[in-house]
Design a protein around this ligand. Structure first.
Ligand code: C2G
Length: 131
């Protein structure tokens, strides 16, 4: 079984996220998604999520391409996650290109996928403000 992992906030879940998860799943047979906790988002990404971690976890778990959701609590857990979950491939959007190449030294394939260009949570919030 080929196991894939990806990380993200997934707040105001939209089709750009789904697009990423669909393509990530195609790199294996089992997709793990590490969803950023509220504390991690606030302390490390200065992101105040609309939906709580539990709500975002439930949303991501409902996606057909996702097999397991775990919490992302810090920047440094990717290596231990890769070992603990026997991960073959790490996938993330190309806005992170080059940031996680160190995982290749541990034998993990690292894939940066093109983002879906025209959609973002920021854009959704801005559009809603105009209404
Ligand atoms: N994404 C995408 N297209 C978009 C928006 C997002 O492909 N229009 C991808 C991102 O590249 C990322 C995933 O969807 O791979 C989740 O995006 P975010 O929730 O914004 O995640 P981010 O804040 O980038 O957190 O340790 C890594 C971080 O947790 C990633």
């Amino acid at each position: 079984m080929k196991r894939v992992i990806t990380y993200g906030t997934f707040d105001l879940l939209h089709y750009g996220h789904i697009n990423l998860l669909k393509r990530a799943r195609e790199y294996g047979d089992y997709l793990i998604v590490a969803v950023s906790t509220d504390e991690f988002n606030w302390s490390e990404k200065q992101k105040k999520c609309y939906f709580s971690y539990e709500q975002r976890k439930a949303l991501v778990e409902a996606i057909r391409y996702v097999d397991l959701v775990i919490p992302e609590e810090n920047w440094d857990q990717k290596l231990s996650d890769a070992k603990e979950y026997h991960v073959d491939t790490f996938v993330i959007g190309d806005d992170w290109k080059g940031k996680f190449d160190f995982l290749e030294k541990e034998g993990v394939q690292v894939v940066y996928l093109p983002r879906t260009p025209e959609i973002s949570t920021t854009k959704i919030k801005e559009e809603l403000k105009k209404k």
